[in-house]
Design a binder for this molecule. Structure first.
Ligand SMILES: [Zn+2]
Length: 486
């Protein structure tokens, strides 16, 4: 018996000595479990948060739940004693699925959700019925010699609009087109030309638009656009070819073709949303002035009537992984010398509001922020991909070493790409603010990816890669935080 105790004691001392020298805490690392990360994602994807639409009361409920978890783990509030950093965030509640009906002479087709149409996330409420006009990209850019409205009259009509611009190559020419790439611009330009309503040809839930007084719209599936075109004697793919060639192939559809749109929505122009912010103070008296940010967006696309867009992969997965790291770091016997800020961003789906607000109102000096690592859709697949890894090589090396030594997943990386187009991720906002960023993604998806769709449920997640993502982050962030040569 005594021998056994002595053996245990020696074993404890010996392993304790080993751990003291280690770069990380073995227990904290192994306590990161796929089971728990899936529980976080299930909570955030649950019906009660109604798809976490930024600005809505349910988003704030989700934010408060997240704050309570940070508090539970002893992560400190980062905004003067609060976990919440508020900003203005107008939003539209879509109260029912509404309806879209297509008329061709005597024929009448009721479109079905979700196969044929999605309600507009920022549609005005009401009904509209009118003839249709195809307006291509819906861009009026005189300085570029381009006007999709030049040959058509859309007054009182319902326009059929395409997303994108005539120029897609990522160079300085694209920058000239960028102001016209925003959905908001296109909506305003349509209203300016007198359009009464709109069918948008990209079918997805998209709060990154604008609610304009009386402007009613819906998104329709490509097969419906094809049908409408065929009934007008037009070929959609041919017209789209002309569109890409800058031929501005806008046209009025025959008068016998009409569409009816009904939307039931409520607009909240004065709403607020927030980022959730918690931090761990660095253990080194000097290096603690520097901060590393681990972030990802908490908001989603909300709900349409009774249909919830759970946003499990986009981006309950990223938030859950961040929670895995937060919890591990809060219990870790190996402490980060530099400070760590966890930020769950709001308003991403509405137009990157949360990251814009943070970078304009930073809680730690921008020049002392050594890294922002962003997680968006990190939960379905077998491999990792790190954007910016080939540019920020010294930072990335810590993640690469961690992967090679302990995780053993396929991991790709790319250079930071200077973006001349419309910014598409929170990482690009931090990058523009002058902070080095890495973007962590999963790849080789195992389940279908239902982008901005009600099927983005927890059953599309691969919890084992979420566990590995959180473990990779725990090791990598500790590596960066404790790298005195940095
Ligand atoms: Zn996302």
């Amino acid at each position: 018996m005594k021998k056994k105790v002595l053996f245990l004691l020696i074993n404890l001392l010996f392993s304790g000595a080993l751990w003291a020298q280690a770069d990380f805490d073995y227990n904290a690392f192994h306590n990161i479990s796929s089971n728990e990360l899936l529980e976080f994602a299930s909570e955030l994807s649950s019906e009660k948060y109604k798809g976490r639409l930024s600005g809505s009361p349910e988003y704030l409920d989700a934010a408060n739940w997240c704050a309570s978890k940070l508090e539970e783990w002893g992560i400190q509030p980062a905004n003067n004693g609060s976990y919440l950093q508020y900003f203005s965030n107008e939003y539209t509640a879509v109260k029912t699925l509404g309806s879209v009906v297509y008329f061709n002479g005597e024929d009448k087709t009721y479109l079905e959700f979700p196969g044929d149409y999605f309600p507009g996330s920022n549609s005005a409420g009401g009904t509209v019925q009118a003839e249709m006009v195809y307006v291509g990209y819906g861009i009026t850019a005189p300085e570029l010699g381009y006007d999709d409205y030049a040959s058509v009259d859309v007054k009182g009509k319902i326009i059929i609009l395409e997303s994108g611009t005539p120029y897609t190559k990522n160079d300085t020419t694209l920058a000239k087109w960028t102001p016209y790439a925003y959905h908001r611009y296109k909506f305003k330009n349509a209203v300016k030309h007198g359009a009464a309503g709109m069918l948008y040809t990209s079918k997805l839930a998209n709060p990154n638009t604008v609610n304009l007084d009386g402007f009613i719209y819906a998104h329709i599936d490509t097969k419906i656009v094809e049908q409408i075109f065929a009934d007008a004697g037009k070929d959609l793919s041919q017209v789209r070819r002309q569109l890409r060639n800058k031929e501005m192939p806008s046209f009025n559809l025959p008068a016998q073709q009409e569409v009816f749109i009904r939307a039931e929505t409520e607009y909240f122009p004065k709403a607020k949303a927030c980022n959730v912010v918690g931090w761990i103070e660095g253990s080194d008296p000097v290096l603690k002035e520097e901060v590393l940010i681990i972030g990802g967006h908490l908001d989603g696309q909300g709900s349409m009537g009774d249909v919830v867009f759970p946003g499990a992969l986009d981006n309950a997965s990223g938030v859950s992984n961040i929670f895995g790291v937060a919890k591990a770091l809060s219990t870790s016997a190996v402490k980060p010398r530099r400070s760590i800020l966890f930020i769950l961003l709001g308003g991403e789906e509405c137009g990157l509001y949360g990251s814009k607000f943070y970078t304009q109102n930073p809680l730690f000096p921008i020049e002392k922020t050594r890294l922002m690592i962003n997680l968006d859709m990190v939960g379905n697949g077998t491999g990792f991909f790190v954007s910016g890894g080939k540019t920020n090589t010294v930072l990335f090396q810590h993640f690469e070493t961690a992967n090679n030594t302990y995780i053993h997943r396929e991991m790709g990386a790319s250079e930071t790409r200077k973006n001349y187009g419309r910014p598409r991720s929170d990482a690009s906002i931090f990058e523009t603010a002058g902070i080095k960023t890495l973007g962590l993604w999963t790849r080789n998806s195992v389940h279908p990816v239902y982008y901005h769709h009600p099927m983005d449920k927890t059953n599309v997640l691969t919890p084992e890669i979420m566990e590995d993502a959180a473990k990779l982050l725990y090791l990598g962030i500790l590596g960066v935080a404790n790298d005195i040569k940095l």
